[in-house]
Design a protein around this ligand. Structure first.
Ligand SMILES: *[C@@H]1O[C@H](CO)[C@@H](O)[C@H](O)[C@H]1NC(C)=O
Ligand SMILES: *[C@@H]1O[C@H](CO)[C@@H](O)[C@H](O)[C@H]1NC(C)=O
Length: 357
């Protein structure tokens, strides 16, 4: 008897927790315009959305459209689900406008992708799965806010990862230093991860999140904050493009920065499961692969760390389908993969390295 009570308590606690963290609706909410308004009001207070009254009717209309899409997709037999998350009153166009990073655009401006050495190319026995989070090489989920700085977040995940692997220490690093000081990139207007790696190498390291905290807007570069303490890297390499096997080899060794096409409502409202599309290959978002694996039924996936807060997707992560048979990978994820190189197990600039500069 006692056991049953205990189980019941644990179960209801789990349920309460689930209710507290995600927002849900049922068929009754969809029945009439009135119940939809009620649902909208509940959603607004859940996500503490405020907007002026003139906007409200317009926002409600967008909300209804999004709800229709979410509901339709969730009725289909897809391996992933969508939810009414905090972005539910934004059109996909508005959403992408405030956070996308125009990576394809900068690639065109900067010229074709370099080819570099690929030091992980020789790896031949790949683990079936790997999760760098379990190895303590990934910091908590961050939130870029309304700023197209995802390239900086993507870069930082990979640098935090290689630093942990080389030094044994997980250090929370600064995106804002990249946004403000990396002039080859465009701050909240976007950028390329390889230019950020190059900047970190050239400027003798990247400082900590604590020392140079994130502001979600373009500020002028504070060079006194920039200078210490820092994590040093020695350069970066590109993963050969259009090849998921090469990406696997790299991810088996360290977290890897990638670019994807995150346009599309399914990405905006992704909740859980293995994401299988819809998306194109117009790269507009920087994220990072921190592992790979397969579900019980054999669906293979990449574990991707996003920077839209913990309340998006699977606690801030998305699992994206792997081995899809198209060389560019799902949403173009094999097209812009790169990672930083760190040769030494400390963050002290070596005299010999200084001479080279
Ligand atoms: C790192 O910094 C972010 C953003 O300031 C913060 O939310 C997080 O708690 C910090 N720590 C870790 C270990 O991620
Ligand atoms: C730069 O950072 C230092 C150290 O945090 C601070 O004292 C100073 O006011 C900052 N300078 C500007 C121009 O914001």
């Amino acid at each position: 008897m006692y056991m049953w009570k205990l189980i019941l308590v644990v179960f209801s606690l789990a349920l309460a927790f689930r209710l507290a963290e995600s927002f849900d609706y049922d068929e009754r909410d969809l029945a009439s315009e009135e119940s939809l308004w009620d649902l909208y009001e509940r959603w607004r207070s859940h996500h503490t959305v405020s907007c002026d009254m003139k906007e409200k009717q317009k926002r409600f209309n967008v909300f209804k459209e999004n709800l229709k899409h979410i509901h339709n997709v969730n009725q289909m037999d897809r391996p992933y689900k969508l939810e009414l998350n905090k972005f539910a009153d934004m059109t996909n166009y508005e959403f992408m406008n405030t956070r996308s990073s125009k990576i394809s655009h900068y690639r065109m401006l900067r010229g074709p992708r370099r080819t570099t050495d690929f030091r992980h190319g020789g790896v031949d026995s790949l683990p079936h799965s790997i999760d760098w989070r379990k190895k303590g090489a990934v910091t908590g989920i961050k939130d870029q806010g309304k700023c197209g700085s995802c390239w900086a977040f993507s870069t930082v995940v990979a640098v935090e990862g290689v630093n942990k692997i080389k030094t044994g220490e997980l250090v929370n690093l600064s995106e804002q230093e990249l946004v403000d000081c990396n002039k080859e990139n465009q701050g909240c207007d976007g950028g390329l991860m390889e230019q950020a790696f190059e900047f970190i190498k050239q400027s003798d390291g990247l400082t900590t999140e604590k020392n140079y905290p994130y502001e979600a807007k373009d500020e002028s570069c504070n060079s006194s904050k920039m200078n210490s303490p820092v994590v040093i890297i020695d350069g970066y390499e590109m993963v050969p493009e259009k090849d998921e096997k090469s990406l696997m080899k790299a991810v088996a060794k360290q977290p890897v920065s990638i670019a994807i096409d995150a346009g599309g409502k399914d990405f905006q409202f992704y909740s859980e499961g293995v994401f299988t599309g819809d998306c194109g290959t117009e790269l507009n978002h920087g994220v990072a692969v921190v592992g790979y694996g397969a579900t019980h039924d054999g669906t293979k996936y990449w574990i991707v760390k996003n920077s839209w807060g913990e309340d998006w997707g699977e606690k801030g992560y998305i699992r994206m389908q792997r081995d899809i048979g198209a060389r560019e990978g799902l949403c173009g994820l094999t097209l812009e993969a790169s990672y930083p190189i760190k040769l030494h197990s400390d963050n002290v600039k070596k005299a010999s390295q200084k001479d080279e500069l």
